[in-house]
Write a protein that binds this ligand. Structure first.
Ligand code: MG
Length: 384
């Protein structure tokens, strides 16, 4: 029996790389559903190549174009955000690859787990916003969650076969586009500079998030939920080479690391094939061309976002939701050149100072907080 996959966010970087993995193992995987936000032509091309049962275009304004372009096929076409969560829970799906960006990924994550699917999760915001609810649903109707985020896949791989509790995890960080830029120059940096990531080829939002270390801050929160860790058990180290994808230290002091050339297809494929490993067309790792693996502490002055993650771990409740919503607005405003680079963290700090925390939120509370923070942050960035 082939594993039937719904790929949410198929036209993004993770989406395209997932399709690459699937096409290397046509005897094991089949695509039943593809969803895209706005890139309808790319979605149509993917649908022609992978013949899914259905596609969803989240932005309804492109429904007519997609329908027309696939009129000569059997592919069912749906439109709208709600349809994304609906196809994730559909009976023709075993595994949901959630490669959506931002808060929009939460509802489909919840729907997949409630419907008993395996959730291969690249949308870290699901856990940043509502990790308590998402993790509480794992196991429902036999559902499971396997991380795709490279650091968490690394930790997950290190933990396979280890029943004992860990001492700590070390999440590695490349340092992003400005790791060698002095703090005094950060207020002048441009969008174009921020989009040049040294090691990983990723989408625009996550590349900006990597440069501010908001991405790493989110990954600290993600690790807390995925692996049930206390704040003091999660360390972050700058590792400029991005060869060690993360590490786990056990009670006896033994450390396991997962290493390799940065290639998101490895964690994507592992999430699909777990607990097995499948061949992937990657060259053998050449240690001699990477003779130095170096580490340094994160400069907390330069990267204030990391402290915000630990604030969220202690504060709990809706704090991660506030963090994420303010960041989404700030990054969009920075990409559209409305605000400066250092205004991103300023916008997040403003939201924390203005929005009341809800200690035991429901999904409705998360939605209300998300709306509230977005409105407040939109206003804030307009006045910067
Ligand atoms: Mg990552």
């Amino acid at each position: 029996m082939k594993q039937r996959i719904a790929l949410l966010g198929s036209t993004g970087s993770i989406g395209e790389q997932t399709l690459d993995v699937v096409s290397q193992h046509p005897e094991l995987f089949e695509i039943t559903t593809l969803t895209a936000n706005r890139r309808w032509e790319q979605l149509v091309a993917q649908a022609r190549r992978f013949s899914p049962d259905s596609v969803v275009i989240a932005d309804k304004t492109y429904y007519a174009q997609v329908s027309e372009a696939l009129a000569d096929t059997d592919v069912k076409v749906y439109a709208g955000i709600d349809a994304v969560a609906q196809v994730a829970a559909a009976s023709n799906v075993d595994t949901v690859v959630n490669a959506l960006v931002g808060y929009a990924g939460l509802a489909p994550s919840v729907a997949s787990l409630r419907a008993g699917k395996k959730l291969a999760l690249a949308n870290k915001e699901s856990l940043v916003v509502a990790g308590d609810i998402v993790m509480g649903l794992v196991g429902t109707e036999g559902s499971a969650l396997v991380p795709i985020d490279s650091e968490h896949s690394a930790i997950f791989q290190c933990l396979v076969g280890e029943p004992s509790p860990v001492r700590r995890v070390v999440v590695t960080a490349s340092g992003g586009s400005f790791r060698d830029t002095p703090i005094s120059e950060l207020h002048n940096v441009t969008v174009e500079q921020a989009l040049r990531h040294p090691n990983w080829n990723m989408g625009a939002k996550i590349t900006i998030d990597s440069s501010t270390l908001v991405n790493k801050a989110f990954e600290v929160i993600e690790a807390r939920w995925l692996f049930g860790l206390k704040p003091e058990q999660i360390d972050v180290l700058i590792h400029p080479q991005s060869i060690i994808h993360s590490m786990v230290e056990f009670a006896d002091g033994a450390i396991k690391a997962q290493l390799g050339t940065p290639d998101m297809r490895v964690p994507i494929q592992y999430a699909l094939s777990f607990p097995h490993r499948l061949p992937l067309e990657t060259p053998p790792f050449d240690f001699l061309s990477h003779p130095e693996l170096t580490f340094r502490a994160v400069d907390r002055q330069k990267y204030p976002a990391l402290d915000l993650a630990y604030h969220c771990l202690y504060a709990g409740g809706t704090s991660g939701c506030i963090f994420n919503a303010a960041n989404e607005i700030a990054v969009a405003a920075f990409i559209s050149k409305q605000i400066g680079y250092t205004d991103i963290v300023r916008t997040i700090e403003n939201a924390f100072s203005k929005v009341a925390l809800i200690a035991k939120p429901t999904l409705e509370d998360y939605a209300a907080t998300n709306d509230q923070v977005r409105r407040l942050s939109e206003e804030y960035v307009q006045n910067l």
